[in-house]
Design a protein around this ligand. Structure first.
Ligand SMILES: Cc1cc2nc3c(=O)[nH]c(=O)nc-3n(C[C@H](O)[C@H](O)[C@H](O)COP(=O)(O)OP(=O)(O)OC[C@H]3O[C@@H](n4cnc5c(N)ncnc54)[C@H](O)[C@@H]3O)c2cc1C
Length: 419
């Protein structure tokens, strides 16, 4: 195990992490940027079959020019002492020291359980898109895209571009709420242009508002999905259901470091500093808001972590405008109450530990349910069922313990040992 010190370490190389690393390095700080993926870019710019272009290419180029130290396929699984993190890689584990830490750990999709949601070929909307980006063949496959939020449109467009036969997009938000949101887009011209572009790219594909999946069926794997809209319920044959109900922030590492949580994610001050001095948080871990908010928060965190608060302050206004948009998104695409009625007693909620809805719905806290049923205690450590029980039962995670990701025994034994 080697031991190094950096002025700034950035965890997560999505838009927020890249922006933070570039801005900190530009101020003369020694910066390490690490991510558990082999390539930088995060969820949206992850390297795939196509080379990065536009904003992605610009930020990736800037990181090279600013000599940001890139540590690939490196997963932070513990924080053994103040100023140190433990990282596992395929070729061995390392322990790194930092003066300031920027957490840009992003978000994951929220899955809500309904009968059949664990059948093979029922996937996250972003998940199927990510698979397609890495070359998974979807050409000619019948795909239903369902759930909530703009990610459905982005996913449907990408899948169609890969040759998938996208049958329809089912958005659970109702028509009048969507209409109000669309009218408000006039205040955000770039977002309006993006929405128009996406809708144009999906011409011919029905976009059904106020529509959601109630069951997925198939023997051995998905064959059809039952959808509900208004008083009507019908079955739609498909090979894949790409389904996600918005995003939930990845806050486990921040929680492990003792950072306070807010309603939307990790709580931060105006410089993106968390309640722990020297630990910053930017991007979707601090609240879901899309790529532009992630970028500007990353820049602010990078400047602040490198000791340039005056440069950070110049970006406060831009951040405010993106935050307003994020608030409108959250309000518009909040999951509707009817989705709480979808799981049946035998519907799995925790798929790692095979715990069904009937076994957990009687408990009053997640801790109680964990103790009695092991719900949320499997390999994903509640990353999948946590978002679901948060919505279904209002439960919040009560404690996080290391390792925040499964790690090799050898790594666990050596974590925090500088020798
Ligand atoms: C599956 C999915 C697909 C999406 N697709 C689109 C899309 O098509 N269009 C769109 O506009 N928006 C999309 N979004 C939303 C978009 O990704 C975000 O708005 C934006 O990427 C947020 O940037 P970020 O830097 O905050 O986080 P991210 O881009 O999520 O980057 C966070 C990075 O941190 C890494 N990480 C987390 N924890 C650790 C750890 N402990 N150790 C090491 N690395 C870690 C993650 O692997 C990830 O690479 C998608 C989101 C998801 C979850």
């Amino acid at each position: 195990m080697s031991s190094h010190g950096h002025d700034v370490i950035v965890v997560g190389a999505g838009p927020a992490g890249l922006a933070a690393a570039c801005r900190a390095a530009e101020c003369g700080a020694t910066v390490a940027l690490l991510d558990d993926n082999p390539q930088p870019g995060g969820q949206i710019w992850r390297a795939g079959a196509r080379p990065p272009k536009g904003k992605a290419a610009r930020w990736l180029r800037l990181a090279g020019e600013r000599q940001v130290g890139w540590i690939a396929a490196a997963r932070v699984f513990a924080a053994p002492a103040p100023g140190r993190i433990s990282i596992e890689r395929s070729n061995g584990d390392i322990d790194l020291g930092y003066r300031n830490l920027v957490l840009a750990t992003g978000a994951r999709e929220r899955f809500l359980p309904f009968p059949g949601w664990t059948l093979p070929n029922v996937m996250g909307a972003g998940g199927l898109q990510a698979l397609a980006k890495s070359g998974y063949p979807v050409r000619g496959k019948k795909v239903v895209v369902a759930g909530s939020g703009p990610l459905l449109l982005a996913g449907a467009r990408y899948l169609r571009g890969c040759g998938a036969n996208v049958r329809l997009v089912a958005e659970q938000t109702g028509h009048s709420t969507l209409y109000r949101f669309a009218r408000g887009l006039a205040r955000h011209p770039a977002k309006l242009a993006q929405a128009v572009f996406l809708r144009a790219a999906l011409l011919g594909i029905p976009y059904l508002s106020g529509c959601w999946p109630v069951a997925a069926e198939g023997s051995g794997k998905l064959e059809s999905v039952t959808l509900r809209r208004g008083g009507k319920t019908w079955s739609e044959p498909c090979d894949y259901l790409a389904c996600g109900f918005g995003l939930v922030p990845n806050v486990e590492l921040a929680a492990l470091l003792g950072c306070r949580m807010g309603e939307a994610g990790v709580e931060v001050d105006e410089y993106q500093q968390t309640s722990v001095a020297g630990v910053y948080c930017a991007g979707e871990a601090a609240g879901i808001g899309g790529i532009d908010l992630s970028l500007v928060e990353g820049e602010i965190a990078g400047y602040a972590a490198a000791g340039r608060p005056e440069a950070a302050r110049k970006l406060f206004r831009a951040r405010q405008s993106h935050r307003r948009f994020a608030a409108a998104l959250a309000e518009t695409f909040a999951p509707r109450d009817e989705l709480r009625t979808l799981p049946q007693d035998d519907t799995l909620v925790c798929r790692c530990e095979d715990v069904g809805w009937g076994r957990i719905r009687g408990f009053s806290t997640w801790r109680e349910a964990k103790l009695q049923t092991r719900c949320g205690m499997g390999p994903c450590q509640g990353r999948v069922c946590g978002g679901a029980v948060g919505f279904l039962l209002g439960w919040k995670p009560e404690s996080v313990r290391p390792p925040v990701f499964p790690a090799r025994l050898e790594s666990l034994m050596r974590a925090g040992d500088p020798e």
